[in-house]
Design a protein around this ligand. Structure first.
Ligand SMILES: Cc1ncc(C[n+]2csc(CCOP(=O)(O)OP(=O)(O)O)c2C)c(N)n1
Length: 680
């Protein structure tokens, strides 16, 4: 409450929209979730839900899907959002007729206008060059949004662009002469100036033309000076690196038989006008290559400086992809699940439900929402009865709108709540992937840790029987979502352990529950809601010496069955559940395992070169597992198409227990064909 709030934005047109829904919805939650507003800690986030979330968008960008999804969801949820469409009639060069039905966003959305008996939007229309009307319109818009919690669409028509879309392209190429003349006459800045000059309220004026011209002159000077100061401060920092690099390179030249070549680089760098870091490093690294065979102290000094500065630049350019705060995931102290001597066996869904119950009791700021999550407690009944207990504000249904379910979560997480966004099935996460990849995954990175959205995304997936319910596109997700932690538990106790860790941390994460595990019996821990699983730590489920087999999620459970059969065949398998794909095996336990077995088999149900390729690279390249291997590393994944229908479709599309056995066995056939004769 004590700071001005603006959420860091992204460039994909309409990419700001899904998050805006959550920013606005947070006000509604704070206004109605009264037990939260009584807690001192949460008073800093809201003044009784009075905050209005402002969003702006260009007229052409309203063509994007996320715009329509957000507009509909905000109307359904009735949130305090003031949405401005700044309408200049063009999206770069493409005119509005090619963008919007009826050539008008307010006309296209007219059906959303609220009426006396049906809630909806307040739709207001104003003009960009009409300053007093803009003021009146926005005062009205904000009052409606703030007091009534009704979304408002402000269609700001007749907006002018003094320089076209950007300074890199001239609008003369696509605007008619008539339009350009109109833009000069109706230039919103000029019109504002004229309004100030003409203003006369009973003899009281705002400013004279001379005063405005003076302000304009001063503004130009201020901008120019500020620009110069900013550029100077940027260059001054670089200059320190430049001077250091030049001095180190000169020392190298002094000691080097290749001085002539080194000096050429130094001179080029000295001549360069305002060199960037890239230019400095380019020269320094070139010099290092020139003198690579020399064993001088100056060469060593240069190489040490380069190494050290590359680290420094990591903080500048590559930090805060994951949280670096004291609340980050590695700081959460793990707690093992504990069991009574003779534990009750419960369906996986009950384990999750009871865990959620504790979690919502302990964290009043936590809420969960998604398709069928509210009234019926989720399609798999993991939230059964929780809406009755915690209310529809916290356990709620949403429309079928995956992209804005995530946006709803991002915005609320940014405003101090702890949302859990439910995506009904992993296959439908693709609708949300853009907002996850562009927005959620980059919040911390793009603000260098200044803003965060610790959203938990809960979904379920992998193996089931159906073309559209059995996908496991893990490679796609892992590669599109660096910046989001990705947990792939093999059962519901593990999933619960991840949720308990994540709710304490300040980072975004995706948890994929194994879809076929809800009715599978698991022992009920007696510290439900309290045990916390660490991320990035694989579990060595079975020890062995011949072969390291790694997997995760639903497929892991099949590997466990294959393990028994392999043991009977005399093959000693070390079976490892990686548990999380991001982070991946932070302590290199898998490397330790292959130090012992010298053989590696990676299995999942993604397409080939999906998450198996990701894991292979991590182990063989990053963990330097290559030199430990006595056999070629192997992967076993699903077929490259969508899983075919039914039990037989599954059998022939995804790695079966037979496939897993055969693959592991064939690796041993290659090692000892006498003991393990070829099967085929
Ligand atoms: C998803 C996506 N597609 C294309 C672009 C490239 N692009 C940037 S701005 C723009 C036009 C936007 O027009 P409008 O929404 O009317 O806003 P204006 O620039 O006129 O204010 C386009 C196509 C983009 N940034 N993101």
């Amino acid at each position: 409450m004590s700071q001005k709030n603006s959420s860091s934005d992204i460039s994909p047109t309409a990419g700001q929209m899904p998050r805006l829904l959550g920013l606005a919805l947070a006000s509604k939650i704070y206004r109605h979730h009264t037990s939260l507003s009584d807690i001192e800690e949460f008073k800093k986030f809201s003044n009784g839900g009075n905050e209005v979330a402002f969003g702006t968008i260009g007229d052409a960008s309203t063509s994007e899907g996320p715009f329509w999804e957000t507009i509909n969801a905000a109307g359904v949820l009735q949130v305090p959002m003031v949405m401005s469409v700044w309408d200049d009639g063009f999206g770069i060069s493409v005119s509005r007729e090619n963008q919007t039905t009826k050539n008008s966003i307010s006309e296209a959305l007219a059906g959303m206008q609220r009426t006396s008996d049906k809630p909806g939007y307040e739709i207001l229309i104003t003009k960009g060059w009409d300053y007093p009307h803009l003021c009146e319109t926005y005062e009205k818009a904000v009052a409606i949004a703030r007091e009534e919690h009704v979304p408002v669409l402000v269609h700001v028509q007749e907006v002018t662009q003094p320089q076209g879309h950007s300074t890199s392209g001239s609008h003369e190429r696509y605007k008619t002469e008539e339009r350009l003349m109109w833009e000069t006459e109706f230039d919103c800045i000029l019109k504002f100036k004229n309004w100030i000059i003409d203003f006369d309220a009973d003899g009281s004026k705002i400013a004279t033309e001379e005063e405005l011209e003076m302000i304009q002159k001063e503004a130009k000077i201020t901008v120019r000076d500020t620009k110069s100061a900013a550029w100077k401060s940027y260059c001054d920092e670089i200059k320190i690196d430049l001077d250091k690099a030049i001095s180190l390179m000169k020392s190298v030249a002094f000691e080097s038989p290749n001085a002539i070549f080194v000096s050429k680089e130094v001179e080029a760098l000295e001549r360069a006008m305002e060199p960037l870091r890239k230019d400095i490093f380019n020269s320094a690294r070139k010099v290092l290559r020139i003198v690579r065979e020399e064993k001088t102290a100056s060469r060593k000094a240069l190489s040490s400086w380069i190494e050290q500065e590359i680290e420094v630049n990591k903080s500048r350019y590559s930090s805060h992809l994951y949280s670096e705060s004291q609340y980050n995931i590695p700081s959460i102290i793990p707690v093992e699940p504990t069991y009574d001597e003779d534990p009750v066996m419960e369906d996986g869904r009950i384990i999750l439900r009871e865990n959620y119950r504790k979690l919502f009791e302990r964290h009043p700021e936590a809420l969960i929402f998604g398709e069928d999550a509210g009234k019926i407690g989720g399609v798999n009944q993991t939230l059964e009865g929780l809406q009755e207990q915690f209310g529809a504000l916290r356990i709620s249904d949403t429309g079928i709108r995956e992209c804005t379910i995530i946006g709803q979560g991002i915005g609320m997480a940014m405003r101090g709540l702890r949302p859990i966004a439910e995506i009904q099935y992993l296959d439908y996460l693709l609708y949300a992937l853009q907002v996850m990849s562009d927005d959620l995954a980059t919040v911390q990175y793009r603000t260098k840790g200044g803003q965060k959205a610790p959203l938990i995304i809960s979904t379920r997936g992998h193996r089931l029987e159906g073309v559209w319910h059995s996908g496991s596109p893990m490679g796609m997700i892992v590669n599109a979502c660096r910046g989001i932690n990705i947990c792939v538990p093999r059962n519901m106790t593990k999933a619960a352990g991840f949720y308990n860790t994540l709710i304490e941390a300040d980072e975004p994460a995706l948890v994929i529950e194994p879809l076929n595990g809800y009715r599978y019996k698991e022992p009920l821990p007696n510290n439900i809601g309290e045990f916390k699983l660490p991320l990035g730590i694989p579990e060595i489920v079975k020890q062995g010496t011949d072969l390291t087999l790694i997997s995760y999620g639903s497929t892991f459970n099949l590997c466990e069955i294959a393990y028994k059969q392999l043991t009977e065949a005399g093959i000693s398998v070390e079976l490892i559940d990686v548990q999380t794909l991001i982070p991946f095996d932070v302590n290199h336990l898998i490397r330790e395992s292959i130090t012992k077995t010298n053989r590696l088999l990676i299995i999942d149900e993604d397409v080939s070169s999906g998450a198996t390729a990701y894991m292979l690279e991590k182990i063989v390249v990053e963990q330097e597992g290559f030199s430990l291997l006595d056999s070629a590393p192997q992967t076993l994944s699903a077929k490259d198409h969508r899983p075919a229908y039914g039990t037989d479709g599954d059998y022939f599309s995804k790695p079966s227990i037979d496939d897993i056995f055969d693959k592991a066995y064939s690796m041993m056939t290659e090692v000892d064909p006498v003991r393990f004769p070829s099967l085929y």
